[in-house]
Each structure stands twice: as structure tokens, then as C-alpha cells.
Design a protein around this ligand. Structure first.
Ligand SMILES: Cc1ncc(COP(=O)(O)O)c(C=O)c1O
Length: 401
């Protein structure tokens, strides 16, 4: 079975794990070195490591002095958990529809969602493909509204000569376990605005510094990876991701995940050391993933599958292969699983946020939610298996039509 998600664990991570309790005195220095390496990588003067991508978003909004009741334009197709997360702080998310091919918001859809109460625009580079960040940046400047880039999927993607995450007032990245740089959770804020960075320092400087929550999460994630690699994973996936159970399973998985995630703590030295090692290989990894993506696209040419549009507004950093598939998704997922390929559909990929908000007017997000499949694309799918996977998918697609 080719699983939908693999957690990257290297031998050196295990060494870092066992060394961590003895290196806690180095936390400040190692986190600082990692932040500096990220700043150099992104070409962005200010980088701060925080507990998660969501935490990064929260501190950015607080540092921008948004108030309860303020509206934030967000993509209509993104991580659904962002909705209650923003609402908890009293903000009002307003969905902007996405383009049906790139899955990203556009200048027009963002413009249509603006109101006199809009205080921030949040854009996403979906699955690693850059949105029209230059055009949306101009729109935000014209309206004097801060633009925030959600780069949770896109560390290393570029638009023109610049890395995504450096176009708006601030960008944020996630270091969750399936992300381009994975440090068993965590995230960063990137900004060129020294005053904003100073305010963020005020919010995070006194956070408790402890290595244990990140180490505990690493234990859970290593156990999860062992389960995914076990020969029984196929049986477990059939039970977890059936039409009847997958919604409940995904909810439980995310809830459990929330319990083991590091929250409002100082980023740990262990995570910084793991992250620095991953960052050194990031460009090579991104190039390989993009090449695998292209290879899979080529091999699936002529099938009814319509892959996400790439290279429209820059060079992606793909870490997933997303495609729209006509017809019912559940039979496709079941047939793919029987053929040994674990694909994710509907809320297992991302969410129709406009529907979650009870807001109409975002038909593309609704259509995408009902037609998008995520095929496995990770370090565990080597080129030879890509070939086998594409062949099996061709058979599956022909059979379920
Ligand atoms: C689109 C998007 N935004 C934000 C986040 C938040 O990142 P984190 O899980 O580190 O809080 C994620 C995480 O999956 C995401 O997919």
C-alpha cells in the first residue's frame, strides 16, 4: 500500500531526540541559528519561530492590532480549522472564492470579498503552488489592507525572483510533520517589518521554554510512521477511510493531533536542530518533488483526472499531487485502495470554508471540495513506484467511470 502521508524520520533525528535533554541549555542559540538560516533562505530580515502555523497567524494578527469584529478575507478552499480558530479570537472570516484550476484565490475574488470592515487579507499558496501574490499585493496596497501569506504548504516556492512569504506584511509557514520542512510541529513568522517583529517578540518572548512537548510529539509521530509502514496499514486504511467512517476518523485524528501539538510554548532546541538539517536539503527535496509531480502528471495524461495548474504565478514547491476527478469520489478512493494506493478526498484534503461559514457565492470552492483527490507524493514514492502507481490509477480510473 502506498500511504497518503509519510512522516520523514531520519537516523539523525533519533540522535537529536536522545541528545535533547542534555542540550536544553543551547535552546536559545540553536533556535536563533535556525531563524537566521531561514531568514537567509527566504531573503527576509525578520524570522521568528513559534509553536505552529496557526500560532504564527495568531501572533501576526495580534501584532497587527486586529480587534474582535474585524473582517479577514480568507480563501474559500483552505484548512477548515482556520475558521473556528479565527472566530475564537472574535475575528470574522470572509471567504473569497478560488480559481478552479490553480485552487488559489485571485485578484478578482479577493476584491469581491472586501468590505469597509476588512482589516486583513489572508492568501494561501495551495498545495505549494504560488497564487497571484504580486497582483493581490497591489490590490492590498491600493486598499491599505495588510496582506498575510499562508505558506503552510509552500516553503521554497517562488514568484519571480522572490520566495513566497516575503510579499505581504507578513508570511507564515508550518513545520507540521507532513510539510516541506517538518520539525514535529512548529512554524515561523517571516516579515520585513521590524516594528511588527518587535511586537511579535513582545508576545512570544516570555513563553515557557521546555523540550518535552516536542519530544513527546516526536514519540507519537514516530509510532504513527511505524504503523503506516507496517504490512497491516492497508487493512487499517480500509477501516479508517471508508465512506461511513472517514469523517469521524479524520475528526478524531485531528483532535488527537491537537492534544499532542506544541501550543504557545517557546520553539524548542530539538526542533531547531532537526529543522536546520532539513532546511539544508530543502531545495534538493523541492526539486525532486516537483520532478515527481511532473512525472506523475505526464503518466496520467489522457485520463479524466485534471491536475492542479502549476507554474501559473511562479515555481511551486509541491508536496502533494492534487487533481480534480469527475464523478463520485468515494468509489474512486475505495477502488484505489484496493489497488494499493491510499488517496485522500474531501475534508481529508482541505475544506469548503465558504460552506463552513454558511456563506454562498463561492461555487469553485464547493465544486473543488466535491471533486478533488490528493494522490500520494512524498519521499516514500520513488520514481519506479510512480510508474506502477500511475499504471494502477489508469486501471482504477477506467474501471470506476
Ligand atoms: C492551509 C493551512 N494553513 C495553516 C495551517 C496551520 O499549520 P499548523 O498545523 O502548523 O498550525 C495548515 C496546516 O496544515 C494548513 O494546511
Amino acid at each position: 500500500m502506498i500511504p497518503r502521508r509519510r512522516i520523514e524520520i531520519e537516523a539523525a533525528d533519533i540522535g537529536d531526540f536522545f541528545a535533547a535533554p542534555f542540550l536544553s541549555h543551547r535552546r536559545h542559540r540553536d533556535v536563533h541559528v535556525f531563524e537566521g538560516a531561514l531568514a537567509a533562505y527566504l531573503g527576509c530580515p525578520q524570522v521568528r519561530a513559534v509553536s505552529s502555523g496557526r500560532d504564527a497567524l495568531r501572533v501576526i494578527l495580534a501584532a497587527l492590532e486586529l480587534r474582535p469584529g474585524d473582517e479577514i478575507v480568507i480563501p474559500a478552499y483552505t484548512l477548515g480549522e482556520l475558521v473556528p480558530f479565527l472566530q475564537r479570537d472574535g475575528y470574522r472570516p470572509i471567504a473569497a472564492d478560488v480559481d478552479s484550476r490553480s485552487y488559489n484565490v485571485t485578484v478578482d475574488t479577493v476584491a469581491a470579498a472586501l468590505t469597509p470592515r476588512t482589516r486583513a487579507i489572508l492568501v494561501l499558496h495551495a498545495f505549494g503552488a504560488p497564487c497571484d501574490i504580486v497582483g493581490i499585493g497591489e490590490l492590498a496596497r491600493t486598499h491599505a489592507i495588510p496582506l498575510i501569506e499562508d505558506c503552510a504548504h509552500a516553503l521554497g516556492a517562488t514568484a519571480g525572483a522572490r520566495k513566497v512569504g516575503t510579499f505581504g506584511r507578513a508570511g507564515f509557514f508550518s513545520f507540521e510533520v507532513n510539510k516541506p520542512v517538518a520539525t514535529f510541529g512548529g512554524g515561523i513568522v517571516a516579515t520585513a517589518d521590524a516594528e511588527l517583529a518587535r511586537r511579535i517578540d513582545g508576545l512570544i518572548d516570555r513563553r515557557p521554554a521546555t523540550e518535552w512537548p516536542a519530544l513527546r510529539k516526536a514519540v507519537f509521530k514516530m509510532a504513527e510512521e511505524m504503523a503506516v509502514r507496517s504490512p497491516l496499514y492497508g487493512v487499517a486504511a480500509a477501516l479508517m477511510f471508508s465512506e461511513r467512517r472517514s469523517g469521524a476518523f479524520e475528526r478524531h485524528y485531528r483532535r488527537f493531533h491537537d492534544r499532542v501539538r506544541t501550543q504557545e510554548l517557546a520553539y524548542s532546541g530539538f526542533q531547531a536542530r532537526v529543522g536546520l538539517r532539513r532546511l539544508r536539503r530543502l531545495d534538493q527535496r523541492n526539486a525532486q518533488m516537483n520532478a515527481h509531480w511532473e512525472e506523475l502528471r505526464r503518466r496520467l495524461d489522457g485520463t479524466p483526472l485534471v491536475p492542479q495548474q502549476r507554474d501559473r504565478f511562479g515555481t511551486p514547491a509541491f508536496y502533494n499531487f492534487a487533481a480534480a476527478v469527475p464523478g463520485a469520489l468515494a468509489p474512486l478512493r475505495d477502488a484505489a485502495r484496493r489497488a494499493g494506493i491510499d488517496i485522500a478526498i474531501r475534508g481529508e484534503a482541505m475544506d469548503d470554508v465558504a460552506a463552513l461559514l454558511g456563506q454562498g457565492g463561492c461555487p469553485n470552492a464547493a465544486a473543488l471540495f466535491g471533486s478533488l483527490a490528493l494522490l500520494p507524493l512524498h519521499g516514500g514514492v520513488a520514481p519506479l513506484r510512480l510508474d506502477a502507481m500511475a499504471q494502477r490509477l489508469r486501471t482504477v480510473l477506467a474501471a470506476v467511470r
